[in-house]
Design a protein around this ligand. Structure first.
Ligand code: LLP
Length: 484
């Protein structure tokens, strides 16, 4: 027990969520294999390594903060998904993280890419992804985005509103193309995840509600447009979901609609896309299902439901984002300051400030997300200290890891590694407080390669063009002591 961490007791308040007892883990050097990517390890001297490269060397070469991608781990995850859903389609949800190198690697492994803006579309195209393997999403795709997707020959467009059906039909007629489309169905499932990332309950912006008949009406409307080729139904119930129960209800309801479409229109749609959402392990106790099990369960339920409805089993697609890229990246930060803060009851928490923060990982502030952090440049004999890893931004909610244990001797210059930052960290990064975005560096077989460069201050200034004409205002006050 640290000199500053007292044993748990009622007078200590609740420094941990849910009033958990304050008990330090026995060994801070252990790497939970569910959380860290396959090629993260510790060298003989205790330093953290990624695919053989020591954290210190990565930091020296690329600076900090830096996102480090374990490329072999990513490739393996992609392969596992493709194998699990053989006979169907895996569209990687590019919103989780997208750059040309990753798009190319995933396309090589046989994944399609789900894009939802012109920006994501442009990256996938620049990476050389076969347009037929692209699916376009979004609840408010602009006319221009729809046009670009049609012009590129995107393989699927997922329709999200009645207005969009009309827009797309008109554009398709004008361009003389007949896009394959899916109707996004809101199946009315409350996924057990954070409210901001649950997407299939009724009162939210995505898709057509099944319960109110909107989904059936959308299907009828699409079928009225010979310019559009309706190939299937789509459902996405949310993100970071561990149990398959929600997906099963979704599959059941989507197949139910397929049967009704057959009954009222005399057609059997050949595809269903059950979206993404498979959870990953961020902290001890998180227990995600392997893709093979998720696939087997989904297939089983779709086959059973189709059997009951007398439908041919449609081709199954999924759109994992987090489960593909999330665990394959970590973030390395350098510690700048350590501040012991006394809590109620005399317990002390070390506020360990790092050189990034909510600009490179907003998920803790936004979703109260949990992360795992370890000391990366060395191991330590010092006792575990209740800690909080915070960033350098000017607000108290700028927290990277809310509740963690780090060695009590963590000091300026030490490196910390935060696990599983591949999904929705770089993708949601900002320039808050005018901090340039960190680089993304891939490591394979002891070699590192920059995939995305660190932003520079010059890039941040590039759009700042100043006043065209100096605004009229009071004369600047004379500076005391300065002539003229
Ligand atoms: N398909 C659709 C239509 C989606 O909207 C999403 C995610 C996915 C697939 C991929 O979901 P995944 O497999 O990554 O869970 N920023 C939040 C997550 C937002 C997810 C948005 N849509 C976070 O950081 O947790």
């Amino acid at each position: 027990m640290s000199h500053s961490a007292h044993p748990a007791g009622p007078s200590h308040g609740h420094p941990l969520p849910g009033g958990e007892p304050v008990v330090a883990p026995p060994d801070l050097t252990v790497l939970n294999r569910r959380i860290w990517s396959a090629n993260v390890d510790r060298a003989a001297d205790g330093e953290l390594t990624v695919a053989g490269l020591p954290a210190g060397q990565l930091a020296a070469e690329h600076g900090t903060p830096v996102f480090v991608l374990d490329s072999a781990d990513l490739r393996q995850r992609a392969r596992d998904y493709v194998a699990a859903f053989a006979g169907g389609d895996v569209f990687y949800a590019g919103k989780a993280f997208l750059c040309t190198a990753v798009a190319r690697l995933l396309a090589e492994e046989g994944l399609g890419i789900d894009v939802c803006t012109a920006g994501e579309l442009a990256i996938a195209l620049r990476a050389g992804v076969d347009p037929q393997r692209l699916a376009l999403h979004g609840n408010n795709k602009s006319v221009d985005e729809l046009r670009q997707a049609l012009a590129a020959g995107a393989g699927r467009i997922v329709l999200d509103s009645h207005l969009e059906i009309e827009r797309l039909a008109e554009l398709a007629a004008r361009l003389g193309v007949r896009p394959r489309v899916l109707v996004r169905v809101t199946v009315g499932v409350e996924a057990h995840t954070h409210a901001f990332i649950a997407t299939a309950h009724e009162d939210q912006k995505f898709g057509f509600s099944l319960a109110s008949g909107q989904a059936a009406a959308a299907v009828a409307r699409v079928l009225d447009h010979p310019e559009l080729q309706l190939v299937g139904l789509h459902s996405h119930i949310g993100s970071q979901i561990f149990d398959t129960g929600g997906f099963e209800v979704a599959a059941h309801r989507v197949v139910g609609l397929l049967a009704r479409i057959r009954d009222s229109h005399g057609i059997e749609l050949p595809e269903i896309d059950l979206g993404g959402g498979q959870g990953i392990a961020y902290v001890d106790g998180d227990d995600p299902q392997p893709p093979a099990r998720v696939a087997a369960r989904l297939r089983e339920i779709v086959e059973r439901e189709c059997g009951l409805a007398g439908l041919a089993v449609p081709r199954l697609a999924v759109e994992p984002g987090r489960a593909i890229i999330g665990p394959s990246m970590l973030t390395l930060y350098e510690v700048g300051t350590v501040k012991p803060v006394e809590l109620d009851g005399g317990l002390v928490r070390h506020y360990v400030s790092v050189d990034g923060g909510m600009s490179d990982n907003i998920r803790t502030a936004l979703y109260d997300a949990g992360y795992t952090v370890v000391l990366a440049n060395r191991t330590s004999e010092a006792p575990p200290q209740l800690s909080r890893v915070v960033g350098k931004h000017c607000e108290s909610g700028d927290i990277v890891v809310r509740d963690c244990w780090l060695p009590a001797d963590v000091a300026p210059g030490d490196l910390l590694a935060v696990a599983a930052t591949g999904a929705y960290c770089y993708a949601m990064a900002s320039n808050y407080n005018r901090i340039p975005r960190p680089p993304v560096v891939a490591v394979v077989d002891g070699e590192s390669e920059v995939l995305l460069r660190r932003e520079t201050l010059e890039q941040l200034m590039a759009n700042d063009v100043g006043w065209a004409v100096a605004p009229a205002g009071p004369e600047p006050a004379p500076v005391p002591g300065r002539a003229g």
